[in-house]
Design a protein around this ligand. Structure first.
Ligand code: HEM
Length: 509
């Protein structure tokens, strides 16, 4: 008897339905929207995922089951459950689900971001905590940050002098991207790929091409990602991945070689690439791991800082009172005859509150990065099977009216009233996550964001373009793992300091 495709499809569907019923009877999963056979809830999820999950949480509760194909995703949306996931049951929930594309990029988790929790992870994380992100190294790399942030001020003034004759606006993100790019590439690779005139050198153009090419592979919500037995129907372009990986390795090795040569002449420097080559033996790091780590910094550090500052600026042009208060503080503490430095931070508590409040309302990774259960575990009294993905909706938690007064109001003063640590110690506001996978770059990220924002506010007064009202600023996010503003912020900048303070302060390191 011939077996048709139809027979096979029916048989497969029957098995899936039977397995689902069996699973339901045996284990008590969190509630959630009704999943369809095979596809689960995949086609019900709205593009801006964390907003969709927040809406669903209002209906199904603070812990939900959402099925991406046949993969169970548990989404938690309360501070209490975030504590359970990231503190109490932390170790059992510290693996990472890797899409096929993340698996290729990370050589199956030989880096940090995509590594499962285990001996490799513990080792690499130790390198990060003790070596790369130590307060000492952070301080040693400070001149790079101050160089780049003053370069940003100079580039904004250049654009303002060109266009502002009749109140023209500029696209804020264009300027932020430059600082973030130069900062993170110099920190990680020890190279400023861009000349002062904005021209990329040959390594720089190769670098940008690799980043752009990497984005093309991107993360997707495609069915094949979540239904393993469908993957044969949607094979990956393995050749393209291999080519991309080889190109990335070639460039990184060339840069590493340059550093090895320079080190022989003038000793090791502070950049991550030098640190990792020096520490390679001590920590037994493979070349794949070194390359993976360097590129992790680009992936994790660049967009997140741009996004943080752009949202903060959006709030500041919508809330002129807050902007003025921050500027008064800068004028009082820094004055108008020098530029701000990171040494001023402790004396700028209001600026710090503005950064905290902005990261509360606009965490750049609203669902953090996904975690995965390495064993079966109970959360909120529900059974979470081994292998389930777990997401913490930090965006929703930070807007929970049960936790925050006027949660949607941009009010930095709330952080004056209560001293809250946003680096993973207070489960009401978790822009950097918490627990063993908390962002290792949190302090660096805060310094960068605070420094960029401080300079933007000290050097310029910002307002919305002529004829645009506060209500017209598009405060929606783009879909994706990171939450860029859907419409790039446009604003008019007016210089407020003496002209000689707008020059880049370059350092050669
Ligand atoms: C405002 C800026 C930033 C924010 C909001 C942010 C946020 C986060 C979050 C939410 C995670 C995931 C935590 C988890 O899975 O539980 C993370 C992981 C990570 N971040 Fe950041 N980050 C920022 C800046 C940076 C910077 C500047 C760097 C480095 C240059 C960095 C490096 C990393 C790395 C390597 C990981 C992976 C950690 C792991 O898997 O163990 N981040 N970050």
């Amino acid at each position: 008897m011939a077996v048709s495709f139809f027979d096979v499809a029916i048989a497969v569907a029957a098995v899936v339905v039977a397995a689902t019923i069996w699973l339901r009877l045996r284990v008590k999963l969190p509630p959630g929207p009704r999943p369809w056979p095979v596809v689960g809830n995949l086609y019900d999820i709205q593009p801006v995922r964390f907003r969709c999950f927040a809406d669903w949480a209002a209906r199904y509760g603070p812990i939900m089951s959402v099925w991406f194909g046949t993969t169970l995703n548990v989404v938690v949306s309360s501070s209490e459950l975030a504590r359970e996931v990231l503190k109490e049951k932390d170790q059992m929930l510290a693996d990472r689900p890797r899409s096929r594309s993340a698996a290729r990029f990370s050589r199956d988790g030989k880096d940090l971001i995509w590594a499962d929790y285990g001996p490799h992870y513990v080792k690499v994380r130790k390198v990060c905590n003790l070596e790369l992100f130590s307060p000492k190294r952070l301080e040693a790399l400070r001149p790079i940050r101050e160089d780049e942030v003053t370069a940003m001020v100079e580039s904004i003034l250049r654009e303002v002098s060109r266009t502002d004759k009749n109140g023209d606006h500029l696209v804020v993100r264009n300027h932020l991207s430059g600082v973030a790019f130069n900062n993170i590439t110099r920190l990680a690779f020890g190279k400023r790929f861009v000349s002062s005139e904005g021209v990329l050198d040959s390594h720089g153009s190769e670098f940008k091409a690799i980043v752009a090419n990497g984005l093309k592979f991107g993360a997707s919500l495609s069915l094949a990602e979540y239904v393993s037995w469908l993957q044969w129907m949607f094979p990956l372009d393995e050749e393209a991945y291999a080519k991309h990986g080889a190109r990335r390795d070639r460039l990184t090795r060339a840069i590493m070689e340059e550093h090895s040569q320079a080190r022989k002449k003038s000793g090791a420097r502070q950049h991550f690439v030098d640190a990792l080559i020096t520490l390679q033996e001590k920590y037994d790091l493979s070349e794949d791991t070194i390359i993976g780590l360097l590129w992790d910094m680009i992936t994790a550090g660049m967009d997140t800082t741009v996004i943080s500052v752009e949202w903060a600026m959006a709030e500041l042009v919508r809330n002129p009172g807050v902007q003025e208060k921050a500027q008064e503080e800068l004028d009082r503490v820094v004055g108008r005859d020098r530029v701000m430095t990171e040494a001023d931070f402790p004396n700028l508590p209001y600026l710090q509150c503005v950064v905290k409040e902005s990261l509360r309302l606009h965490p750049p990774t609203p669902l953090m990065l996904p975690h995965k259960a390495s064993t079966k575990v109970k959360i909120g009294g529900y059974d979470i099977p081994k292998g389930s993905n777990v997401h913490v909706n930090v965006w929703a938690i930070a807007r929970d009216p049960a936790m925050w007064k006027d949660p949607l109001k941009f009010a930095p003063e709330r952080f004056e009233e209560e001293d809250i640590d946003i680096r993973g110690h207070d489960f009401r506001v978790l822009p950097f996550g918490a627990g063993r996978r908390v962002c290792p770059g949190a302090q660096l990220g805060i310094n960068l964001v605070q420094s960029m924002l401080g300079h933007l506010l000290h050097h310029f007064r910002w307002r919305l373009p002529e004829g645009v009202s506060v209500g017209e600023v598009d405060m929606m996010e783009n879909p994706g793992m990171v939450a860029f503003m859907h419409t790039p912020l446009q604003a008019v900048a007016t210089p407020r300091l003496p002209e000689h303070l707008y020059k880049r302060l370059p350092v050669d390191m």
